[in-house]
Design a protein around this ligand. Structure first.
Ligand SMILES: N[C@@H](CCC(=O)N[C@@H](CS)C(=O)NCC(=O)O)C(=O)O
Length: 232
């Protein structure tokens, strides 16, 4: 089989596009990348590739795929690996169902509170969302990580569960030290959700999760974006 032609349209500040980078790094797939400037309107050329104007988009042997979860799941299926078993492998369908539930729960019940806290106007509001974040982890995520070793479902390697959540986890573990988030969130998590805290530490140090993550740049850009929003 000849090597596939892979091109990723991305922006290194975007946690959704970051998912595709984690997939490509774990699968060791060579790819070309085009950085899309999100500070200006999308070009007509890019809107032909992705009419929604969002990143990421993936060109795979001339076909275009959009939406980060669809891209990462496509890559995991096209290149079977340690990330996720095939659904017809023994236990494969069950593992996939567990990953789906974990990712859906993390994105729908937990991460939204992170962005709400970032955008909150008063310290009291920030603390409210931080508490909601920690409470949601304790209730929803902590029980799903009892057998993490250190990754999802007893795996010693990254899985699709980390591919689809790692970009948000690394932000949680790094942005508090830049004053973007109350630092006590990590202390609260370490006492109230020790499984999650151990898992998150391993995820946020993994080379494939860090592959495009420039903590200083992300922190500075997030501060700039928030300052602009507040001034508006
Ligand atoms: N549901 C999409 C979300 C992608 C998304 O929201 N990307 C943002 C950057 S993080 C974007 O392209 N925004 C366009 C803009 O800012 O104009 C996915 O998972 O791929």
């Amino acid at each position: 089989m000849s090597a596939p032609k892979v091109k990723l349209y991305t922006n290194h500040g975007c946690p959704w596009a970051h998912r595709a980078h984690i997939s490509l790094a774990e699968l060791k797939l060579p790819f070309e990348e085009e950085i899309i400037d999100l500070s200006t309107p999308r070009t007509p050329e890019y809107l032909k590739i992705n009419p929604r104007g969002l990143v990421p988009s993936l060109e795979y042997n001339g076909e275009i795929l959009t939406e980060s979860a669809i891209i990462s799941n496509f890559l995991a299926n096209e290149f079977p690996s340690h990330l996720i078993p095939l659904s017809n492998a023994p236990g494969g369908a069950l593992f996939r169902a567990k990953v789906d539930f974990f990712v859906d729960t993390f994105i729908s019940k937990v991460t939204s509170n992170f962005f709400k806290a970032l955008h909150a106007k008063t310290d009291e509001e920030v603390e409210g969302f931080v508490k909601e974040y920690v409470d949601a982890v304790v209730k929803e995520i902590e029980p799903l990580l009892g057998n993490a070793a250190p990754f999802f479902n007893g795996s010693d390697k990254l899985t699709q569960a980390e591919v689809l959540t790692g970009s948000f986890v690394v932000r949680l573990f790094t942005l508090p030290r830049h004053g973007l988030f109350p630092e006590h969130i990590l202390g609260d998590l370490s006492t109230r959700a020790p499984n999650f805290y151990r898992w998150g530490q391993a995820v946020s140090k993994h080379p494939s999760v860090l592959v495009i993550y420039d903590e200083e740049v992300i922190a500075a850009r997030t501060k700039e974006r928030l300052a602009k929003l507040r001034a508006a």
